[in-house]
Design a protein around this ligand. Sequence first.
Ligand code: HEM
Length: 455
Amino acid sequence: MRNLSMSRPMKDLSHDTYSRIQPHIHSWTKMYGTSFLYWLGTRPMLLISEPELIREILNNRDKIYPKAEVHAFIRKLIGDGVAASGGEKWSKMRKLANYAFNAETLKNMIPAMIASAQMVLERWKNHQGKEIEVVEEFKLLTSDAISRAAFGSSYEEGKKIFDMLTKLTMLVGRNAFKIKLPGISEIWKTGDEIEAEKLEKQIENSILQIIKKREDEVMAGDVENYGDDFLGILLKAYHDDDQSKRISLKDVIDECKTLYVAGQETTNVLLSWAVLLLAIHSEWQEEARNEVFKILGHQTPNADGIAKLKIMGMIINETLRLYPPVTGFVRKVDRKVRLGKLTLPADVNLQISTLLVHHDPLTWGEDVHLFKPERFSEGLAKATNNNKAAYLPFGLGPRTCIGFNFAITEAKIALSMILQRYAITHSPTYVHSPVQNLTIGPRHGIQVVLNPLQN
Ligand code: HEM
C-alpha cells in the first residue's frame, strides 16, 4: 500500500504528505479511530494520536516509556550512540552532546556554517539563470557544516564517510520495513545485510582515522588539547583519568556515526523543501528577502541578526510541519500502566506519527495541507493552542533533538545567503514525489532556477 502510494507523483504540488507516506495509518484512523493496535510482523504496535497522550509518553516522567529497540539496519548506521541507547549510557552520552551543542558553543559554529554556505554559493555562480538540483547541493552544504563544526574537518576529508553513509542509508530505507523471521534471519543473511555489514566496517575504519589524526596532533604537540568541538569533547572523555567519566573507543565511534547521520540528512531535506516552497510561494519568498535585507543588509549573517529573522523562522516551522524529516517515534511500555482510558501491558510498542499530528485538521484547521507560515506569526504556543505535542519536528521531552538549534541556525544562514543573491523559481521539470527513506525527501530531487538579483 505504502510503496504503491509513493510510486506515483503527487498532483498539483499537494502537501498532503501524510496520506501519501503513511496511507495505511491514514485509512486505519478513519476506520478505527485515534488509537488502534496492529501487527508489524511479530511486534504489536499501538498507534497513539491524541496529543495529551503523546505528551505523556514522550515526557516519560517515570521512565515507563523508553525508546523501543532500534531496527538492526538503523543500528548499523548509528551504532549504539545517544540516539539509540537508553539508561545510564544514554544519560552519560547525552550530557556530552548537550555540552557540545549548547547556546554558547553554537555561536562559535556560525563561521563554519557561513563557510559551508559560501562554498556552495561559489559553485552556484556557474548555474545562474539555469536549472539546478538543490538536494545534492544541500548535501554538500550540510555535510561540510557538520564536518567543520563537529569534527574540525572539511567535507573533502569526510567525503568518503558520507558517500558510504549514503549507500548504507539506501539499504536502510529498503529494509527498515521488512519483517525479520525469527531464527532464520540469524543464520541466513541477505545480500543487503552482507553489504551493510561491509559498509559499517569501512565507515568505522574511516572514523578511526579521523580520531587518530586528532590524537596524533595532540601527541606531537601541534595543538594544545583535543579541542572544544564535538570530537574534542568525546576524545577528552575517552582519555579521562576518572573512570566514571570515561567512555570507550566504540562509544566515540558510535557517537561520531550518530552525528554524521542525524546532523546531515535531516537538515538537507529541510533546506531542500524550504527552497521548493519559497520557489512556489513567491509572495513568501519576497517577504523573507525583505526581512533579510532589513536585518542583515548585504552582510553575512551574525548571531543577533539570525535571532531576529522572524518571518524566516515562520517559513521554516511551516516547512517542518508539512514535511517533517522524521516521520514519527516508537516507544515501548516498560511495565503495566494506565494511559488515558487504556490499560497497557508491558512490552507493547507505541507508535506516534508526526505526519498524522502535523496534518490533523482538528489542530490546524481545514486548510491543514496548505503552506501558510502565518500560522506561526504569534509563536508556537498560539499556533498549537498551547498543545506542545501537536508540533513535533524535533520531538519532545528528554529525547528532544540535540541539534535543534544547530539545524535552525544553519537553515537560517543558508536561506538568508541564498535570498540575498537569488530569486528562486521552480523548474517545469520538477516532479513532486515525496518519499520516505530515512527521512522524507523528494524522489527525483528538487529542480529550481536561480535568477541573480539586480543590485
Ligand atoms: C531539521 C533538522 C533535524 C530534525 C527535524 C531532527 C529531528 C529529530 C527528532 C524528531 C529527534 C527525536 C527522536 C526521538 O525522540 O525518538 C532527534 C533526535 C536527535 N537529533 Fe535531531 N533533528 C535534526 C537535526 C539534527 C542535528 C543537526 C543534529 C546534530 C548536530 C541532530 C542530532 C540528534 C541527536 C544526537 C538525537 C538523539 C537525541 C536522544 O536520543 O537523546 N539532529 N532529532
